[in-house]
Structures are given as structure tokens and as C-alpha cells.
Design a protein around this ligand. Structure first.
Ligand code: ATP
Length: 239
């Protein structure tokens, strides 16, 4: 069976600078992959290429077997993407924005109430997005990614800006969806990896430094924070 996410030799240069440098991995249904790395490591650039929003300088990305560049429409049918930052169209209400997203993507408007329910947006459904707190805006983005119940979720810092209770809810939601989907989440929060991820990929300077289960990464008794620092700061076994 083909993996739902397949990335091979993905690279992206900006001028002379290489932001992503030959990244390869695949993600099967049922996996929740934590994509970790320091600021500027290349996480968002990789995710934007995987979502088909940024063309790679080299390499390929496939979603459910469809190349995101050459067969983008078919690939996006299987993809829910939560980009960094807030949803656009700040003057729209939450419900209006989600109905608009459903219409543009050709999915049934009946999906909107369900997406608002799982992301707990009903109480603000008639509020313009620009009047919402950062946490609520993040949940609007998440609801939009979930609308068409895609097989693959690519979530760039899904809990950014949420309070501890909301973080807990979003992690529960990710865990509940996990068996039916392939999910990749980028995060700076290492506790999130232990809480929801079945696998962790650590990148720095655009290159994959580790790709393993959280248990295997910490098998020698070090905590994930120490492993992360050792890998990304080049402290090696001394850490
Ligand atoms: N459009 C662009 N033009 C030039 N450089 C860019 C562009 N987009 C990203 N970069 C650079 O590429 C590198 C990787 O950026 P990226 O946003 O992918 O990192 P990140 O791991 O997501 O970081 P963060 O954790 O801070 O979000 C950074 O040095 C960034 O400045």
C-alpha cells in the first residue's frame, strides 16, 4: 500500500540560500508525525511545498499518490492544510468564511456545522474573524482544514496561540482523528510530541537529523528536550 504522504529529495532554495535540502520521508495512515526543528529550520517551507503552495527547487511530494505539482487538484482533494498565521478574509464571519471555503472546494455546506462543532466554534460563529482572539482564529483555520474530511492533514503549529484547555482539546481531536488519517504537525512544543505523535522528525538547516518514534529517541533515558538540543545544537553525545 502506498503511503498517504511521500516526500522524496525535496529541496528549496531562495536565491543562494538553501532552506530545505534533500528532505525525504513518508507517512502512512494512522501515523501522527511531529515535525520539529529550531526557528528557521525549514519546517514551514517543507509544509508549504507538501501542500502544493510553493514549488520545490528539486524533488517531489505526493499526497495519496498524486504529485502536488503535476496533479495538484487531485492531491488537494485528499489534503487539509493549516498554514502558519491566521485565515484570510478577516471581515467575514466564522460561519460565512467556512461556507465560502466549502463552496470553493466543492464540498457539501452541511460539513460546516460539523467542522465548527469539533473545533468548538459555535459560540462565535456569527462574529467577524478580525474580532476573534488568536486562539479562536487558529481554530477557524483548523475547521477550514477539516471541512472535506481529508485523508491527510498538514498542520503548521496547530496549537499556536491556544490556551492550555484549548491545546488539550485540539490534541484530543488530533488523537481521535489519527487512526483514519496521516497527520503531520509542526511544533516547537516538545510535550506535544509525547502527547499526540507516534513519530518525530527533527530537522535543522533544512536537513532531517532524526526520524524515529518518541520512545526510541528517548530510549537512553534522556528526555526529548535534551535529545532535541543535542541534535540541533550539535552537542552530540555530550548533552
Ligand atoms: N520567501 C522566502 N524568501 C527568502 N527566505 C525565505 C523565504 N521563506 C523562508 N525563508 C527562509 O528559509 C528558512 C526556513 O524558513 P521556515 O519558515 O521554513 O522555517 P521554520 O522551521 O518554519 O521556522 P519557524 O519555526 O520560525 O516557523 C529561514 O531562514 C527563512 O528566513
Amino acid at each position: 500500500m502506498t503511503a498517504l504522504i511521500e516526500i522524496e529529495g525535496l529541496s528549496r532554495r531562495f536565491g543562494a540560500f538553501t532552506a530545505v535540502d534533500g528532505v525525504s520521508f513518508s507517512v502512512e495512515r494512522g501515523e501522527v508525525v511531529g515535525f520539529l526543528g529550531p526557528n528557521g529550520a525549514g519546517k514551514s517551507t517543507t509544509m508549504r511545498m507538501l501542500a502544493g503552495f510553493l514549488p520545490p527547487s528539486a524533488g517531489t511530494a505526493r499526497i495519496a499518490g498524486h504529485d502536488v505539482q503535476n496533479d495538484g487538484v487531485a492531491a488537494r482533494r485528499h489534503l487539509g492544510f493549516l498554514p502558519e498565521g491566521a485565515p484570510t478574509y478577516p471581515e467575514m464571519t466564522v460561519e460565512g468564511f467556512l461556507r465560502f471555503c466549502a463552496r470553493v472546494r466543492g464540498c457539501d455546506p452541511a460539513t460546516v456545522p460539523a467542522a465548527m462543532a469539533v473545533t468548538q466554534l459555535e459560540e462565535v460563529r456569527l462574529q467577524p474573524i478580525e474580532t476573534l482572539s488568536k486562539g479562536f482564529r487558529r481554530r477557524v483555520g483548523l475547521a477550514s482544514a477539516l471541512l472535506h474530511d481529508p485523508d491527510v492533514l498538514v498542520l503548521d503549529e496547530p496549537t499556536d496561540g491556544l490556551d492550555p484547555n484549548q491545546k488539550h482539546e485540539v490534541r484530543n481531536l488530533i488523537r481521535a482523528m489519527a487512526p483514519r488519517k496521516a497527520i503531520i504537525i509542526s511544533t516547537h512544543i516538545l510535550e506535544e510530541v509525547s502527547a499526540v505523535c507516534t513519530r518525530a522528525i527533527i530537522i535543522a538547516h533544512g536537513q532531517v537529523l532524526a526520524d524515529s518514534t518518541p520512545g526510541a529517541l528517548t530510549a537512553d533515558g534522556r528526555d526529548l528536550d535534551t535529545v532535541f538540543r543535542a541534535l540541533t545544537l550539535g552537542e552530540g553525545e555530550a548533552a
